[in-house]
Write a protein that binds this ligand. Structure first.
Ligand code: ATP
Length: 344
């Protein structure tokens, strides 16, 4: 069911067209994640939805109502920022209740809502503290709690975890996933983090230069990227993309319908290593990265391509070793010279 609809949304900063006519339909209860390279317009698009920036073209509809030019305070959306934006002199309780107080909600209802949100977020013991008496993760939970008590129609998150260290980031990510499962609130979330995008999203929106490149579930984007840009943006390490000419065996011996001036894309787990002399391609190990649960092995092929292979086991291979490279041909993505997919 269409809940939030972006129709031809445009944004200019001076002469710079930062958002170039974005169409997107978000369903009620969906968790949508915006990703894309720095400067592609993720935050701007979120701020346009929030009403923190003026929409220069197009329409924004929430639950059937045109909110394109409605002030932020009237949109019934709540935004959680990277910087938390808590009031430093107020207690956790006061921070969480502030918006309700402004809305003249009665004290008993406020108390009930704040206490319930605090319970969900494990903040009950901290309600009388001020933000400076909290850890970064606790502060971020207060910022989330402040959004929850308002029971907004849509939650907007702008890189909410990027100020946290790796461990806390992981824990808070899991909390946000649980929170979404429990509340079922429509959510739009901006992040640079691939793991957050892949694990939290019902659907991921990949942006590039003010336009949407592809929208899909995390695994759709991983398995069936619409083009080379999405293929290389989603997945860590990146998909190997090599010029067809560097791996002529794939067209010849393996019968892949590659274009002569095109490219072949191979996920690292679709490249495996074997004894020198066997396999599709021959090469030399350049670097081995042992990450514990998995190993990444970088191989320079005879055709001049660099391929990274991911395996779930340890290896005795070392830089300089000669190896054969086996390729899961069925899983190869083929692109033309412009990065358009020619075979999925
Ligand atoms: P990042 O991942 O680095 O945060 P982003 O994808 O969120 O990037 P935006 O912050 O939305 O990108 O910026 C999109 C484009 O608009 C960029 O080219 C940026 O320089 C420009 N831009 C953003 N805000 C303004 C502003 N207030 N004034 C002028 N240009 C702006």
């Amino acid at each position: 069911m269409a809940y939030l609809q972006l129709q031809g949304i445009e944004k200019f900063f001076g002469n710079h067209r930062a958002i170039k006519g974005v169409d997107l339909t978000i369903n009620q209860g969906e968790f949508i994640v915006f990703v894309g390279p720095s400067g592609c317009g993720k935050s701007t698009l979120l701020r346009l939805i929030a009403g923190l920036e003026h929409i220069d073209g197009g329409q924004l509809l929430l639950d059937g109502k045109d909110i394109t030019h409605l002030p932020s305070s009237k949109r019934d959306l709540a935004m959680v920022f990277q910087s938390y934006a808590l009031y430093p002199h107020m207690s956790v309780y006061e921070n969480m209740s502030f918006a309700l107080k402004l809305a003249k909600v009665d004290e008993a209802t406020i108390r009930d809502k704040v206490e319930r949100a605090a319970k969900i977020l494990n903040l009950t013991a901290y309600l009388s503290r001020t933000p400076k008496e909290l850890s970064g993760g606790q502060r971020q939970r207060v910022a989330i709690g402040r959004a929850i008590v308002r029971a907004p129609k849509v939650f907007l998150f702008d890189e909410p975890l990027s100020n946290l260290d790796a461990a806390l980031r992981g824990q808070t990510r899991v909390e946000i996933a649980k929170l979404h499962r429990d509340l079922g609130a429509t959510t739009i979330y901006v992040t640079h983090d691939q793991v957050e995008a892949m694990t939290l999203a019902d659907r991921v929106v990949v942006l590039r230069d003010g336009l949407i490149e592809q929208v899909g579930t995390p695994l759709e984007l991983y398995d069936r990227p619409a083009n080379q840009f999405v293929a290389q943006f989603i997945g860590t390490p990146q998909m190997n993309v090599v010029a067809s000419q560097a791996v002529p065996q794939l067209a010849g011996q393996y019968g892949l319908p590659v274009q002569a001036d095109g490219f072949v894309g191979l996920r690292p787990e679709c490249v495996s290593l074997t004894n020198a002399g066997s396999g599709a391609v021959q090469g030399t190990v350049e670097l081995v990265e042992a990450l514990g649960a998995e190993t990444l092995i970088y191989v320079a092929t005879e055709g001049g391509a660099m391929l990274v292979s991911r395996q779930n086991s340890r290896t005795a291979l070392r830089a300089g070793d000669r190896v054969g490279v086996d390729i899961d041909v069925a899983a190869a993505h083929l692109f033309d010279a412009h990065g358009r997919i020619t075979r999925k």
